[in-house]
Design a protein around this ligand. Structure first.
Ligand SMILES: [Zn+2]
Ligand SMILES: [Zn+2]
Length: 864
């Protein structure tokens, strides 16, 4: 190779990537509101600012950045905004830990301020990682949900839906985390398996089995199946609840499973969702035995003040003492837990705020969106079908968007702020006018705050320019929503719901779902498994582009990726290979005077045909967000076609001083130019470094290559040439010859006349010629191959003398064996298939080797 003198031998990842990151300007990635180009607006996920931009984020943002960069090159006015979804419990918990306080030790406003300060610092850390990964974010469209200019829109959206009747407050059973002391939505409940105890006890003469004895105080009925003979005629009878003594009715319901235990179940308010169903169906009483902190209430009598766990133990002990606990068995069950802290959830009846779920409207809107991969739509559909309750949006926390509502102390009227007064905090601010109903001037602000999904589910309205008023935002809808499959039932579902409710339409043209990143051990990354890999760790050694290649090539878009260091190493190796190719090419281009020289020679035209095919494939793959396929096509082209085939074949011509090297240089210049462009979305630093050396310009300001090169003859002949040279190199290798060892006369008989400009001969160190004829081969028998599997068992002792006798036969008898042979003076039959003649070929008296490659025949003569 003759590497360029100006281009360093080694590609210094850290130096190159940092240099370009310092050179690129944020302004280059800004969405241009005045542009007439078609828009491409991305509803980027706003991550939770933990301070740690993890590898799963990195994968998702790789996809987004590939798309943003690709679309810019395709002439779109791209908006790649970046939001931060700040509110929520983890930050509250972190603040409590950091300062050694609980949220009740300081004022609400002071506590919020501490949360905001922590969040600001965390956002700064995550921004730095995003910049180091080379993401082309439009920082002029950054939004932070905890800031007034954002959450006033959350409040406006709340008021709009409240006025439209889509939001209401009601006392209703909700999922409640007693550790977080807040209601949570169904989407935030995770079901996990656990082993528990099923306790059989005597309930006033009927056997009942329960896993929740601590709820006995909340028992409101005993239910049996109407067809259960054991309880015939008992409907309406009343039973005394053991230990507590209050009376409850026996009711009948077809949902009772007669096969379970004795066929009778106790209904408590509330053990699970079925209890809620029965409670509603049969208009049962409500008995709250557990409060918001998970502590037993006064209804629990002697157990008041105990934690539910302690109460459970105490009741079981008391049942045993009373002689009513009959037996206990282990039971596998799935229990709902809080998604944030994993505490088993309780179902508590509370006054809460709800958003109505109009399932059909939501699904109609969801069907107007193109889902990629398509099967992810089913996840949304299944979720929507399984929803039984409305979305509970109120939370009993602090660091969140306040619910902008007051109540009149005198008459209870709900008072709403004017939209121009938003944002407000009803626990601090007061209404500007007296109560419209009674003229009262004393008000109580709503203390509950909003679910953080209420903030993030209007992200698409925000980025498309919504001002909180009626009507469609000016840039609505967005073109793309990229997100993980773990938040389909939350973020995707809620965003569709809100867009439909507030704007009357679906939020995006397309949704692209990315998979999760698993640890090297195949498990979800977690501290306890010690299998966490951070983006910084990868970038520190292999650079951002290697991580980005890993992201592109790791899996089909939408599938989970198991992290594997080997993939990162392979990505890095590919870059080294590309760098070596690039240096080699630049070395030759620097020697070439005429960059305008036409591409005339076969191999050069063939290269451009292959390049054209590659551009078509990569373009198609990028359009379909198949980044793994795009990268694979580029790798195959660069590594196999360009380096292994083309450069190996044309190297000789490039070093020669023939005029035909100008054709090769032109083909290489075009190839490197196009290759840099199709690499630019995936490895932007590397592509920029090469392109800048090649042209002096930035590849990120260039258009996506519209490169088509049609040359059927070059495709056919070039394929023949490449195949033939590869076969002959293998031929040399099989014979232990050095690749540059001379090969003598090589005749290549092809179906059409081929002019390879001498490339095959130079590549093979041979006197290689192409011909359209057929070789005038003379076949000569040059020896014999014995089949010992036949000869051994058949002839035994006579095998050796038989073989000697065969060797002595004239060539025509080797082709047509005689029926018998005389061996050791004895006439013996020649066994069938005992031997085959070895055939050699001669051309004009010179012995040659013959290779047949499809319809090409190659003869190799050694007596040069
Ligand atoms: Zn919790
Ligand atoms: Zn009033």
């Amino acid at each position: 190779m003759s590497p360029s003198h100006q281009i360093p031998k080694n590609y210094d990842i850290e130096e190159v990537e940092r240099r370009w990151q310092d050179t690129w300007r944020d302004e280059d990635n800004y969405f241009d509101p005045g542009s007439t180009k078609p828009r491409f607006i991305i509803d980027t996920p706003p991550p939770y600012p933990t301070g740690n931009f993890h590898i799963g984020n990195a994968l998702n943002w790789c996809y987004i950045d590939f798309i943003a960069r690709y679309k810019r090159m395709r002439g779109f006015n791209v908006m790649f905004p970046q939001g931060w979804d700040c509110h929520g419990l983890p930050t509250e918990v972190k603040v409590e830990e950091t300062y050694g306080i609980t949220k009740n030790d300081v004022s609400r406003e002071k506590f919020r301020e501490m949360c905001r300060d922590l969040t600001v610092g965390n956002i700064e850390k995550m921004r730095a990682t995003m910049r180091r990964l080379g993401f082309s974010v439009d920082w002029s469209h950054e939004y932070i949900t905890m800031l007034p200019e954002y959450y006033k829109k959350t409040q406006a959206s709340f008021l709009q839906m409240l006025k439209a009747g889509d939001i209401y407050q009601s006392e209703h059973p909700v999922n409640f985390c007693t550790r977080c002391e807040t209601a949570i939505a169904f989407a935030e409940v995770n079901y996990v398996p656990r082993t528990t105890t099923l306790n059989y006890f005597d309930f006033d003469g009927i056997e009942i089995a329960t896993t929740r004895p601590e709820l006995l105080a909340a028992c409101v009925a005993v239910a049996v199946h109407p067809d259960d003979e054991r309880y015939r005629g008992m409907k309406g009878k009343r039973l005394a609840v053991p230990i507590f003594g209050h009376q409850v009715p026996i009711i009948e319901d077809v949902a009772v499973d007669p096969e379970f235990g004795s066929g009778a179940v106790m209904i408590c308010t509330f053990g699970d969702k079925t209890d809620v169903y029965w409670w509603k169906q049969h208009h049962l009483e409500l008995r709250k035995a557990i409060d918001r902190k998970g502590v037993m209430t006064a209804i629990a009598g002697p157990y008041v003040g105990m934690s539910s766990g302690a109460c459970r133990e105490a009741i079981l002990r008391d049942m045993e003492k009373a002689g009513i606990l009959k037996r206990q068995e282990e039971l596998e069950q799935r229990v709902g837990t809080c998604w944030r802290c994993k505490t088993p959830i309780e179902i508590l009846s509370e006054r809460q705020w709800f958003v109505k779920i109009h399932r059909d409207d939501i699904m109609d809107a969801a069907r107007k969106i193109s889902w990629s991969p398509e099967h992810m739509f089913a996840r949304l559909e299944n979720w929507a079908e399984s929803m039984e309750w409305d979305w509970c949006i109120s939370r009993q926390r602090i660091f969140a968007t306040p619910i902008p509502v007051w109540f009149c102390d005198a008459c209870g009227e709900m008072i709403l702020p004017a939209s121009e007064d938003l944002p407000i905090d009803p626990t601090v601010d007061t209404p500007k006018t007296p109560c419209p109903r009674c003229g009262g001037t004393e008000f109580t602000g709503e203390k509950d705050v909003l679910d953080t999904w209420m903030d993030s589910s209007i992200s698409v309205l925000h980025v498309t320019g919504w001002d909180g008023g009626d009507g469609k935002p000016p840039l609505f809808q967005a073109q793309l929503r990229p997100q993980g499959h773990d938040i389909i039932r939350t973020w995707a579902f809620y965003t569709i719901l809100r867009a439909k409710a507030l704007v009357g339409s679906h939020p995006w043209d397309q949704i692209l779902i990315n998979g999760m990143v698993l640890g090297e051990d195949g498990f979800k990354m977690s501290k306890s498994r010690n299998n966490i890999i951070s983006p910084e760790e990868i970038v520190g050694t292999y650079g951002a582009d290697a991580l980005r290649q890993w992201g592109a090539g790791g899996a089909t878009t939408g599938s989970d990726i198991m992290f594997n260091w080997n993939d990162v190493v392979a990505a890095s190796r590919f870059q080294t290979k590309l760098w070596n190719i690039f240096r080699f090419v630049m070395g030759h281009l620097e020697r070439e005077a005429d960059p305008e020289a036409p591409v005339t020679e076969l191999t050069d035209r063939w290269l451009l045909v292959q390049l054209s095919d590659t551009v078509a494939e990569v373009t198609d793959a990028m359009e379909k967000y198949q980044f793994d396929r795009a990268l694979r096509e580029i790798r195959e082209f660069a590594w196999n076609t360009l380096a292994d085939d083309y450069i190996e074949i044309t190297k000789g011509r490039l070093y020669a001083e023939e005029s035909s090297r100008a054709s090769a240089c032109s083909a290489l210049r075009t190839t490197m130019d196009v290759l840099c462009r199709i690499l630019a979305p995936i490895i932007p630093h590397f592509a920029e470094e090469c392109y800048h050396n090649l042209t002096g310009r930035s590849v990120h300001k260039e258009a996506w290559p519209d490169f088509a090169y049609d040359d059927d003859e070059a495709r056919r002949h070039g394929d023949l040439l490449v195949k033939t040279v590869a076969e002959l190199r293998r031929y040399k290798h099989d014979r232990g010859m050095a690749l540059n060892a001379p090969l003598g006369h090589v005749m290549i008989y092809a179906p059409e006349p081929v002019d390879d400009a001498g490339d095959a001969g130079r590549a093979l160190a041979a006197d290689a010629r192409w011909s359209t004829g057929t070789p005038r081969l003379e076949e000569v028998v040059s020896g014999v191959d014995f089949n010992m599997a036949v000869i051994g068992p058949t002839l035994r002792k006579l095998a050796r003398p038989f073989m000697d006798a065969v060797q002595a036969l004239p060539p025509e008898h080797l082709r047509n064996p005689p029926a018998t042979l005389t061996v050791n003076g004895e006439e013996i039959p020649v066994p069938p298939d005992a031997f085959t003649p070895k055939v050699a070929y001669q051309v004009a008296g010179e012995e040659v080797d013959v290779l047949t490659l499809g319809d090409v025949v190659v003869t190799i003569g050694h007596s040069s």
